[in-house]
Design a protein. Structure first.
Length: 278
């Protein structure tokens, strides 16, 4: 990340939902570019990329020691494992242990990605204006709520894997509740992600902006995870049964595929500056 004195930043875009951009002597520093470690822009508020340039950005050599790259890779591997675990549950419902183990392993990568993403945002707070509270920055809120959500999914998946024959109280507290709260936090994070790229608006249309695609597909994945959590709410607590187990599994699969796409797009975003110069 470019190092700058926080006195050089002046708020450029602010809404009642948070700050999304700052004016810097080098140009406009948007929230997403700041927390991803990219430099300010002079001509526009995002890098305009064609589909071909997005593919070039994806194929551009990456340095795995960079937080942004590690975050993207974790958000590819974790969702793919979630998708595989969900698919196993659909195609072979008689082998729940294999599905549960795969989901639990996937949640570890989700949490690693969430932690690295939060660490990126926390590093970026060092250059924020001194008179600004960290919580006013939607980028930090986005990373924080998603990170906490991934931890809750850890609790849910490892409990279902390690204690398949649980009692109703432990199932409710360690499986149902973390799944529901984690999905709610993912939705809150998705809203902040949309506000971040929309600069105070939930919905904008910027198809040449990789960050816009990431925010939109991520929001779709969060909606499917929320649907999964609602379908997995108990309808008979003594029997540990849920409203619609099939729907819960299918929407987990769909949401996971969305998050895998987000990870791939995020990996491309790591090299958007290089690709835009081709």
């Amino acid at each position: 990340m470019t190092t700058n004195s926080n006195s050089q930043l002046k708020t450029y875009w602010r809404s009642r939902l948070g700050v999304t951009a700052w004016q810097h002597p080098s140009g406009l520093w948007t929230s997403r570019r700041l927390r991803k470690g990219h430099a300010p822009l002079r001509l526009f508020h995002f890098k305009r990329l064609t589909l071909w340039q997005m593919l070039l950005a994806l194929c551009h050599p990456k340095q795995v020691n960079q937080l942004e790259v590690r975050t993207a890779i974790a958000f590819i591997v974790g969702p793919f494992l979630f998708a595989i675990g969900s698919l196993w549950s659909i195609t072979d419902p008689g082998a729940p242990a294999l599905s549960s183990a795969t989901l639990a392993m996937g949640s570890v990568f989700f949490t690693a990605g969430g932690w690295w993403q939060l660490r990126q945002a926390k590093l970026a707070t060092k250059v924020l204006p001194a008179d600004m509270q960290d919580w006013q920055w939607c980028g930090l809120r986005c990373a924080f709520t998603q990170s906490i959500g991934t931890v809750l999914f850890n609790i849910n998946t490892f409990f279902l894997w390690g204690w398949p024959q649980s009692n109703e109280n432990s199932w409710l507290l360690l499986a149902v509740l973390p799944n529901l709260l984690g999905s709610i936090l993912f939705l809150v994070s998705a809203a902040d992600g949309l506000i971040e790229v929309g600069h105070g608006k939930l919905l904008v249309y910027e198809p040449s902006h990789p960050g816009w695609w990431i925010a939109m597909v991520n929001a779709l994945g969060c909606l499917w995870f929320m649907q999964s959590a609602l379908a997995a709410l108990p309808n008979n607590l003594p029997e540990l049964s849920v409203f619609n187990a099939g729907m819960a599994t299918r929407t987990t699969l769909l949401g996971s595929l969305c998050f895998a796409i987000v990870g791939i797009l995020s990996l491309a975003e790591c090299s958007e500056d290089e690709a835009s110069n081709t």
